[in-house]
Write a protein that binds this ligand. Structure first.
Ligand SMILES: Cc1cc2nc3c(=O)[nH]c(=O)nc-3n(C[C@H](O)[C@H](O)[C@H](O)COP(=O)(O)OP(=O)(O)OC[C@H]3O[C@@H](n4cnc5c(N)ncnc54)[C@H](O)[C@@H]3O)c2cc1C
Ligand SMILES: NC(=O)C1=CN([C@@H]2O[C@H](COP(=O)(O)OP(=O)(O)OC[C@H]3O[C@@H](n4cnc5c(N)ncnc54)[C@H](OP(=O)(O)O)[C@@H]3O)[C@@H](O)[C@H]2O)C=CC1
Ligand SMILES: CC(C)=CCC[C@@H](C)[C@H]1CC[C@H]2C3=C(CC[C@]12C)[C@@]1(C)CC[C@H](O)C[C@@H]1CC3
Length: 517
């Protein structure tokens, strides 16, 4: 069972078990007792960091100073671009350790850095049901602001430190994506500073080529300075129905049927605990709840969500619960999906939860900053973090491939639709199509795991079924393979037309494993 596997270290059967213990006492502690550093340093630091930023955002939003300052801050970005010396290409000055990505880009060391200090929610318009925000606004900050006012965005990628800018320039997904699409599909317009320092706005109707090329371009067409997004009414609870499945066929058919349902099922999610067992969850927002069925899973003493779901499987019972909306959005936040098992092995122990659960999780950025070389290498050799997006019709085959290649459980399953729009992401068959995100995070349970070769085999499978790879993870594709997976026609045209070639790196040189440290 998933909850028993709590080590990133090679299992005795693993072929990578030749990694030697690292030298130095600090590295020894970091590798063998990482939880000491996490509990005594990272958790308090994460807590203080959150308090500072939440207080600041709250004050700024209340005194409404952000809209006024926005123009000045954008002018500063324009000034930096206009005075760029033209030698090294440009990227944002956000340090690599701060990002929610498995690695840091090597280009951050060589590129000319442009500071984008744009961190605020600008305007919420409940009449037009839109919100304007700056690119460094985080998911936690945005939904915190919106939910208090009775609103939310239709797709809330749930790790709270993900930024609007990162999600627009890369991509974002959540369990409502089968209805609303990816994060970029809930965006109505973007404001950008281009390579020549000009400020443009783009939408479906204004500069549509740019609008459709921004997603998945990773900051290689211009600097994002504001985003306009749809908002929808928030309700108090999410009614979640848990459906345990005891065969792969049953799980796949239940998951697909629930995703295809025209009515209801605002959220659909699957957690697979072995190749033959998992739980499909369907959910809808509501304002009232049945007595005795409310579960505030966000409370600090509650068990990790994936272990809670596993109980339905163990009992073999369907179930219904009413989860407060923000607790639902956060359901995998406290346990960083299931990655926290490796970091605080006793984190789900009831005593720990009651005593220190309120401080969890440590910030991903601080974990990255303090992991050291030895820990980084251990993760590199013995850990696999990937989200592969495959057409729903290929779901069963894909899960079998993952089982053969890495055998990691739980697996996160999240359906989403890809609209037939121009841009990097062309749906299979050229028409709107449903896909599933297969999220695999953990220590491979196979003997022959090799980071590059195994990932390359999985990437080849994903290309074969006309799927996509999420680029925050390590991608080992060649340039030709990458261009086969992502349609570069419009992107190339814009890069030429907007003189981006000298101004920004090409996207492959930012996202490929070769260009990461
Ligand atoms: C000093 C202290 C005392 C506490 N006492 C209690 C108590 O008495 N009872 C109790 O139930 N709990 C208590 N808690 C724990 C608290 O309830 C948990 O931290 C809970 O998980 C967070 O709920 P919240 O709604 O307050 O979220 P917040 O504190 O607002 O947010 C927690 C984290 O989630 C992120 N986040 C917020 N909204 C979203 C969203 N929509 N999507 C993604 N990320 C988001 C934030 O960025 C933040 O990092 C305490 C915590 C502290 C620090
Ligand atoms: N649930 C989900 O959907 C999840 C999504 N992710 C992934 O995480 C990433 C987002 O992480 P986050 O830390 O927020 O973002 P990052 O800082 O990692 O940024 C991602 C990319 O967007 C570019 N970018 C960010 N802001 C701007 C801007 N203002 N102008 C131009 N380019 C910009 C960055 O450029 P530069 O390199 O120049 O800084 C970088 O290439 C996405 O790639 C997403 O796919 C990860 C986990 C979960
Ligand atoms: C829901 C989707 C689409 C993706 C979720 C991905 C996350 C589970 C990973 C994204 C970045 C990952 C990192 C780690 C754990 C898993 C992620 C959060 C670490 C914190 C693991 C410990 C290492 O020392 C640092 C890693 C940084 C990135």
């Amino acid at each position: 069972m998933a909850s028993s596997k709590i080590s990133i270290y090679p299992s005795s059967s693993s072929s990578t078990s030749n990694s030697k213990p690292p030298p130095g006492w600090l590295e020894y502690i970091l590798v063998n007792y990482r939880w000491v550093i996490v509990i005594f340093f990272l958790l308090p630091a994460s807590f203080l960091y959150d308090i500072y930023y939440y207080t600041r955002s709250w004050v700024v939003f209340r005194i409404s100073s952000a809209p006024h300052n926005h123009d000045k801050k954008v002018a500063n970005v324009q000034r930096q671009v206009r005075t760029w010396d033209g030698v090294a290409p440009m990227c944002t000055a956000r340090p690599g350790w701060q990002t929610i990505s498995f690695r840091e880009g090597a280009y951050k060391k060589t590129c000319h850095k442009v500071a984008i200090n744009l961190v605020d929610v600008l305007r919420i318009d409940t009449k037009t049901q839109t919100v304007w925000c700056e690119p460094l606004v985080t998911m936690g900050q945005l939904t915190h602001t919106l939910v208090e006012l009775g609103w939310t965005i239709p797709v809330v990628p749930e790790m709270d430190d993900l930024t609007v800018g990162g999600l627009v320039m890369g991509t974002g997904i959540e369990t409502s994506s089968h209805k609303h699409g990816l994060f970029q599909h809930i965006c109505l317009s973007y404001e950008l500073v281009l390579a020549d320092g000009s400020l443009v706005t783009c939408s479906k109707d204004e500069n549509p080529d740019l609008f459709y090329s921004v997603p998945w371009s990773y900051g290689t067409l211009g600097f994002l300075t504001a985003v306009e997004m749809k908002i929808v009414a928030a309700q108090r609870f999410v009614k979640v129905e848990y459906k345990p499945c005891n065969s792969l066929e049953n799980l796949v058919s239940t998951f697909r049927a629930e995703t295809w349902k025209a009515e209801g099922n605002q959220f659909v999610e699957g957690l697979l605990y072995s190749l033959q067992s998992g739980v499909v969850m369907t959910a809808n927002m509501c304002n009232t709840a049945e007595i005795g069925k409310i579960n505030e899973i966000g409370r600090w003493y509650k068990p990790w969500f994936f272990t809670h779901v596993e109980n339905y499987l163990a009992r073999g019972e369907c179930g219904v619960e009413y989860i407060p909306l923000r607790d639902y959005y956060h359901r995998h936040t406290r346990s960083i999906f299931w990655e926290i098992q490796d970091i605080i092995p006793f984190g789900n122990n009831v005593a720990f939860r009651y005593l220190l659960g309120w401080l969890v999780p440590p910030k991903v950025s601080l974990l990255k900053l303090t992991q050291g070389q030895a820990m980084k290498e251990l993760y590199e050799k013995n850990h696999f973090i990937q989200d592969m997006l495959v057409p729903l019709d290929s779901m069963k085959e894909a899960l079998e491939v993952f089982h053969k290649e890495v055998k990691i459980y739980p697996i996160w399953l999240c359906p989403f639709k890809v609209e037939a729009n121009p841009g990097m992401l062309r749906p299979v068959g050229g028409r709107e199509a449903l896909y599933v995100d297969i999220g695999t995070y953990g220590t491979p349970g196979v003997n022959n795991y090799h980071p590059e070769e195994t990932t390359r085999r999985i990437e080849a499978f994903v290309r074969k079924v006309k799927g996509f790879q999420m680029m925050y993870a390590d991608s080992y594709m060649t340039l030709e393979e990458y261009r086969e997976m992502f349609d570069h026609v419009l992107y190339d045209k814009l890069r030429k037309g907007m003189v981006c070639e000298k101004a920004f790196p090409q996207v492959y040189d930012k996202v490929n494993r070769k260009f990461r440290i």
